[in-house]
Design a protein around this ligand. Structure first.
Ligand SMILES: Nc1ncnc2c1ncn2[C@@H]1O[C@H](COP(=O)(O)OP(=O)(O)OP(=O)(O)O)[C@@H](O)[C@H]1O
Ligand SMILES: [Mg+2]
Length: 249
């Protein structure tokens, strides 16, 4: 809950279809201030669509979405811009700007959306790149670094404006286990230090158990299960426990 008592994110009866393919079938959940929720589910299950709806890159067919106290399906463009400034978003594909260097990518939100002086921006960019272990590569182009490195730069860029809310789409996919664990630690630290609220979409359920407060399992357009890693892995539902690799034991 934030200072006015509202959750950071509240989704109610959210529905989204593409043609006759129903992707989200009326899902309802909340994320409290300072809470990290991991969203898991099968490939093609609608996890990325859910994140895109939260920042109105797509519009739902029905349902309400409150993010940072705004109903994002109803706000005007100016208000939407204000909401987006409070959100750090990491896309599934890191989506760096090819024509900008690593450090320019991270500086981009600062020069565009903050009043920071250039020197201050440079300092902030170095700090952010340090946090994700990319400070050595700051002058490189996106094409000169690996996919995992691009992801880490995307993460640094998502954090540039000290967002209240983080939406991460598979932040650790394609990373080696050590880097993945470091990113997990970074997410946990951010929550501790800055009381950020986060939704992290991931296939790495074990990794997510280390930094998330709660997990949502999305299946066939609904929230099939919700709870801690321990709750879900010992679920009596075979699909749920199988998802965690415990079903056949
Ligand atoms: N713009 C679009 N137009 C049509 N169909 C779409 C669009 N975006 C997503 N879909 C469909 O919606 C479904 C859910 O896609 P989504 O990307 O959310 O899956 P996901 O859970 O993120 O999967 P993964 O784990 O593989 O990333 C898929 O069947 C996909 O083809
Ligand atoms: Mg996805």
């Amino acid at each position: 809950m934030n200072s006015n008592g509202h959750p950071a994110i509240a989704v109610e009866d959210l529905r989204k279809a593409f043609g006759d393919q129903r992707v989200l079938n009326g899902i309802t959940f909340q994320v409290a201030r300072g809470e990290t929720v991991a969203v898991i589910g099968r490939s093609g299950g609608g996890k990325s669509v859910l994140l895109k709806l939260l920042i109105r890159l797509q519009l739902p067919d029905s349902g309400s979405i409150h993010v940072a106290d705004q109903e994002v399906t109803k706000v005007d463009d100016r208000q939407l811009n204000e909401v987006r400034k409070k959100i750090g978003f990491l896309f599934q594909q890191a989506a760096l700007y090819d024509s900008l260097t690593v450090e320019e990518n991270v500086a981009f939100p600062l020069s565009r959306h903050s009043n920071m002086a250039t020197q201050e921006q440079e300092k902030k960019v170095r700090e952010l790149l340090g946090e994700v272990g990319m400070d050595q590569d700051r002058a490189k182009w996106p094409s000169q670094i690996s996919g995992g490195m691009q992801k880490r730069v995307g993460l640094a860029r998502a954090l540039a404006l000290d967002p209240e809310i983080l939406l991460f789409d598979e932040p650790t996919a394609g990373l080696d286990p050590i880097t993945a664990e470091e990113i997990g630690k970074l997410i946990a630290d951010l929550k501790q230090k800055h009381q950020m609220s986060a939704i992290v979409v991931t296939h790495d359920v074990h990794g997510a158990s280390a930094y998330s407060d709660r997990m949502l399992l999305l299946h066939n357009g609904n929230i099939k299960a919700e709870g801690s890693f321990e709750d879900l892995k010992s679920s009596k539902d075979e699909f749920v426990s199988r998802f965690f690799g415990y079903g056949l034991r």
